[in-house]
Design a protein around this ligand. Structure first.
Ligand code: ATP
Ligand code: MG
Length: 599
């Protein structure tokens, strides 16, 4: 057997060990694959499945993908890539009321943006649970015929009350004894629209006394008179998640069905449904294996769809793609990168127990990627005028700076220099504090990639606020010339020529929440009663400023990223930028200097 060895650059984990064992034993080697999902009969006689393993990423198209999904995407697509397999893009679209094509489109975009695709062996492995509605319904009739499912006509409350608890067994429904004939007739009437929503459900007949509540006759079909975004008005009964998911996996030849820990207690049901259908000859064996891992919990954000929807609908943010949102569309506008997410997923790994990852870990991954990929530019974010009194009036010249200090092959860029510059307000102090090496009267600094200057004083307004700094320059000190070595100065500050600079709108984004666990109790008890997470929003999560940027940045195309030297990484906004007039978003600062906002 020619199992591709796992790529040595990827740290191993318990899921990889599991796959290694399955490949070594040849567990899945004999599976057939007809070229598309289907029953045992449809795969029988087909060639051997060319994919060594099949995984899937199965979002419900009822919202936009968030950072937690990124972990699952990198994991599932990463496993398929490393083991010579395929990861299916599957939409788990069984709830017509909440789902929409808008979400499908955005999910596809985001997964592709992260760098993955599902084209393999001449097919797009993009599937929808709704593609299986006919099969799922047929299997439901089969369960009824075999006496393993019944129509329950109790109200939702009655059903809840008779389910029992962890300590008490459930009570059988009065309808549990219906005959297969009665059940089949009722189920067909349900399907044919003869009953209103909620009148009946179809339940599997497993074990009302099972210690696992999921096995106490779970509902698998309900009535919903609602149009579905793909099947329109064809159905008014829809299958439920636990029933749909395992069958979709099996029809698609999924080998390893990786999901988050809260499904661990559902695994017996997953296995029960598939084992029965295999026993009835409907599904190819060996069956898929569900494997659970710990979901991503990240500090300073919320990753619950319900909370994300609330942030959008109550307009606490500008939309799903607000750069402060922990969604992938938000991250993209923010200037976070696909490679940064992939690095993050690798670094946090997968574990079998839940834990919190600090937001700074994600930021550090973004920095690491952007440091490699972002050309350098200069921007003055808090401008103060610097006047070089001895610079010849009307003169201009060029200064040269590398596009990337560690990558000489990226070449040099030209920055115009003149007698009036913008410098950072914090780079001047009229009365310096101890250890301050930047501009103050009588001190010399180098204008980065330019000249050495000596500060001579400053202008102030009536309130004593400094309005301009004065200096003289040393004409023979230009960086890159022989004379420059004769000057030894401690301070090195950045600048842009006032006449040439591009005045850009820059959005200084910060964390959306000011505490690590938004909504958790003040005493830090994460399990305790939740407060309103909105109370923990950071009131200073965005500041819009006008910055002076070196003229070259005017040409930035949407989504071009830069390091604004000494400040951080910025991206030209893909939505609000105009040709020749980009607006910049701060993705992440250069160093981790986060502190909660002052009250
Ligand atoms: P819902 O509340 O709608 O169930 P969900 O966050 O589970 O929301 P899905 O669309 O069902 O969203 O998730 C798709 C896949 O992403 C699932 O396999 C799920 O396990 C995984 N996933 C969701 N949230 C996280 C997370 N925080 N960490 C890792 N994986 C996640
Ligand atoms: Mg889910």
């Amino acid at each position: 057997m020619s199992a591709a060895p796992p790529d040595a650059s990827h740290p191993t984990n318990f899921i990889r060990h599991w796959i290694d064992d399955d490949l070594a034993s040849g567990k899945y080697a004999g599976r057939k694959w007809s070229g598309r999902p289907g029953t045992a009969a449809s795969h029988a006689g087909a060639p051997t499945d060319p994919a060594k393993i099949r995984t899937r990423f199965p979002p419900e198209p009822n919202g936009y993908l968030h950072f937690g999904h990124a972990k699952s995407i990198c994991l599932n697509f990463g496993l398929a890539r490393d083991y010579d397999g395929v990861c299916h893009m599957r939409f788990d679209d069984t709830n017509p009321v909440k789902e929409d094509q808008e979400y499908v489109d955005s999910i596809i975009d985001s997964v592709k943006w992260l760098g993955f695709d599902w084209h393999a062996y001449g097919t797009e492995h993009q599937y929808y649970a709704s593609d299986y509605f006919d099969l799922l319904y047929g299997f439901a009739e089969l369960f009824v015929e075999k006496g393993l499912a019944y129509v329950d006509s109790q109200s939702a409350e009655e059903m809840r009350a008779s389910r029992g608890s962890l300590k008490e067994p459930g009570k059988a429904s009065p309808y549990r004894g219906r005959t297969p004939g009665e059940n089949l007739a009722l189920l067909r009437d349900m399907r044919d629209g003869k009953y209103p929503d909620g009148a009946h459900v179809l339940r599997l007949k497993i074990d009302m006394a099972s210690p696992n509540i999921n096995m106490r006759d779970p509902a698998i079909y309900r009535i919903r008179h609602a149009d579905h975004h793909r099947t329109g008005g064809k159905w008014c009964v829809y299958p439920l998640y636990d029933y749909t998911h395992c069958i979709s996996d099996a029809l698609e030849n999924i080998t390893h069905s990786v999901c988050t820990l809260e499904f661990e207690d559902h695994r017996p049901l997953y296995d029960w449904v598939l084992a029965k259908l295999a026993e009835f000859g409907q599904l190819q064996v060996p069956l898929p294996q569900q494997i659970e891992f710990a979901r991503l919990s990240l500090t300073y954000v919320v990753l619950s769809k319900r909370k994300l929807i609330q942030l959008v609908t109550e307009k606490h943010v500008s939309g799903w793609d607000d750069p402060r949102m922990p969604t992938l569309v938000g991250a993209r506008r923010r200037g976070y990168t696909p490679a940064g997410f992939r690095l993050f997923a690798e670094r946090i790994g997968v574990a079998k127990a839940d834990s919190w990852i600090d937001y700074s870990t994600l930021e550090e991954c973004m920095r690491e990627d952007l440091n490699e990929t972002a050309p350098r530019r200069v921007a003055v974010l808090d401008p103060l005028k610097l006047i070089i009194d001895n610079y010849p009036a009307g003169q201009e010249e060029e200064c040269h700076a590398p596009n990337h200090p560690q990558k000489p092959d990226w070449g040099m860029r030209v920055n115009p220099f003149s007698g009036e510059l913008w410098i950072e307000r914090e780079d001047f102090m009229e009365t310096p504090t101890k250890g301050y090496f930047r501009l103050f009267p009588g001190n010399k600094v180098r204008l980065r990639y330019g000249f050495v200057i000596e500060c001579t004083g400053c202008d102030k307004d009536a309130d004593g606020k400094v309005t301009a700094v004065h200096c003289n320059y040393f004409a023979d000190s230009k960086s890159g010339t022989d004379g420059s070595n004769n000057y030894k100065v401690k301070g090195n500050i950045h600048w842009v020529s006032a006449k040439h600079a591009y005045a850009a709108e820059v959005r200084m984004y910060d964390r959306l929440f000011k505490v690590p666990h938004p909504g958790a109790r003040r005493d830090g008890d994460l399990e305790g009663v939740e407060r309103d997470f909105l109370e923990d929003m950071n009131p200073d999560s965005v500041k819009v400023i006008t910055a002076y940027v070196e003229p070259l940045a005017r040409n930035a195309k949407p989504e071009e990223t830069f390091q604004f030297e000494r400040h951080g990484y910025f991206i030209a906004d893909r939505i609000d930028s105009q040709p020749g007039a980009p607006k910049f978003n701060r993705a992440v600062s250069l160093k981790d200097s986060w502190a909660p906002p002052k009250k």
